[in-house]
Design a protein around this ligand. Structure first.
Ligand code: AMP
Ligand code: ZN
Length: 464
């Protein structure tokens, strides 16, 4: 299996540090609002990378953080007159709902910055002890020039970078390239005690600390959107390697942008759709399928037309798989000699899929192989096929679907008795004062278009 490493600018054979195991870190979102579909691209593509590694038999430890202390969160909290924790916890919950709807596997660990402050203080202290960091009036800085490899990921030269930089008047740093590890408290902002006074950490240090704590000093794969290469990942490398004295990550993977009218989708430009908005119009599997229709390193333009064609394509795959499943369920019998031959031919499409994925996770070609397999099944699994053969083909189709996180099943309408059962469970949860679960059930039903109304006579429901 080959993957493109931003660090070497080459496709390289993947060799994990420890046989059979992969330690992977993906930079997560800053939680101050609903995530937009641009943010969803790294989540979907790196979840697919993880799924493929697992399909290949690796045991994957997947860590992705939530940045829950940041200027944007603080501003939002001020705007709403609530605490920063209220804002961040709310959007972590909302983000997790979106991720579940996008069929993103739960991470092995989702550390939050605010829960890792001690580790950050420790790392900054080590950097100070080693001469890689210094403090000036409550701000801790990284001494960038002291770290020899600075620029090796982004291929930037430190002198060129410096030429374009000035030290702002309010900063007291030694060199324009030095970056902040810890900043002093400002009025009304959350803060923590530290050897350099009350304050809060800079953004880059959080990922270095979390990766070290949950995955070790050297990890296999570090990933994120391409806008993170510089300065975020470059700074992470500097901090981690200066602190630990060993290579930080072996493979660096970066996804290209999701664009709209050929411009990066972003909160600041206002040209975005939230995952929630798209979910009102489409099953979010369609969004996932659309994202994977392009290779992760090529820019992808979002459009209604492309979403429609993804929807149609996905429906074709589902129809094909459902037909094969129905044949499996209605027929009997073991695989015949002739069917065995047909099965061997079908395996060619699985190999094609694997070859595509082995080539730096080429999901676009992998999806083509799935279409070919569906076409083959439409012709070569007849109404009289044996149960065993139809079952094998069905498994083949759904196994490939699973690698991409696509469930090849018709979504069934929720039945009345299932609704009643959930309402009963919600009533019990409320009696037990388990309001989180009660809300979860209400949201779950809402997702299925079921609206609840609490009345004196009890809970009533209707399909919206
Ligand atoms: P942020 O919350 O802005 O730090 O972004 C979280 C993740 O989403 C990072 O990995 C970003 O690189 C990524 N990201 C943000 N916007 C886009 C976009 N338009 N296309 C692809 N990735 C994006
Ligand atoms: Zn990060």
């Amino acid at each position: 299996m080959k993957l493109y490493n931003t660090l070497t600018k080459k496709k390289e054979e993947f060799v994990p540090i420890e046989e059979g195991k992969v330690r992977m870190y993906v930079c997560g979102p800053t939680v101050y609002n609903y995530i937009h579909i641009g943010n969803a691209r790294p989540m979907i593509v790196f979840d697919t990378v993880r799924r493929y590694l697992e399909y290949k038999g690796y045991e994957v430890t997947y860590v992705s953080n939530f940045t829950d202390v940041d200027d944007k969160i603080i501003n939002k909290a001020i705007e709403e007159g609530v605490s920063t924790t209220e804002v961040s916890e709310r959007y972590i919950d909302e983000c997790k709902k979106d991720m579940a709807d996008l069929n993103i596997k739960p991470a092995s660990k989702n550390p939050k910055a605010t829960e890792e402050i001690n580790g950050m203080i420790q790392m900054i202290q080590t950097l100070m002890d080693k001469g890689y960091a210094y403090e000036k009036e409550g701000t801790a800085y990284f001494r960038t020039r002291k770290f020899d490899g600075y620029g090796k990921l982004s291929k930037k030269n430190i002198d060129d970078l410096e030429a374009g930089k000035r030290i702002a008047i309010e900063e007291q740093k030694e060199d324009a390239m030095d970056f902040v590890l810890w900043k002093p408290k400002k009025e009304g902002e959350p803060f923590w005690e530290s050897p350099w006074g009350n304050g809060r950490p800079g953004w880059h240090i959080e990922c270095s600390v979390m990766a070290k704590k949950y995955l070790g000093d050297t990890i296999d794969i570090h990933a994120g959107g391409e806008d993170l290469v510089f300065p975020h990942h470059e700074n992470e490398i500097a901090q981690s390697e200066a602190c630990n004295g060993v290579e930080f990550a072996k493979y660096w993977l970066h996804n290209a942008f999701l664009n709209i009218n050929n411009q990066k989708m972003s909160k600041s430009l206002g040209n975005f759709f939230t995952v929630r908005e798209i979910g009102e119009k489409y099953d979010l599997q369609v969004l996932r399928f659309f994202m994977l229709s392009a290779h992760y390193r090529t820019p992808l333009n979002f459009s209604a037309d492309l979403m429609e064609s993804s929807k149609n394509g996905l429906e074709r795959l589902i129809t094909s798989a459902e037909r094969v499943k129905a044949i499996r369920d209605k027929n009997a019998g073991e695989i015949t000699g002739e069917e065995k031959e047909l099965l061997v031919k079908a395996e060619d499409y699985v190999k094609k899929f694997e070859t595509a994925m082995d080539d730096d996770f080429n999901t676009a070609d992998a999806i083509s192989a799935m279409f070919e397999l569906a076409k083959y099944a439409n012709i070569n699994v007849t109404e009289t096929a044996s149960k065993e053969y139809a079952g094998e083909i069905y498994k083949m189709m759904t196994d490939l679907g699973n690698v991409l996180g696509i469930i090849l099943e018709e979504k069934k309408e929720i039945l009345d008795e299932e609704i009643e059962k959930l309402i009963e469970e919600r009533n019990q949860a409320r009696k037990d004062k388990n309001f989180a679960r009660a809300d979860e059930i209400r949201d779950l039903l809402l997702e299925q278009g079921i609206v609840l109304k609490d009345t004196r006579e009890g809970v009533q429901w209707k399909r919206a």
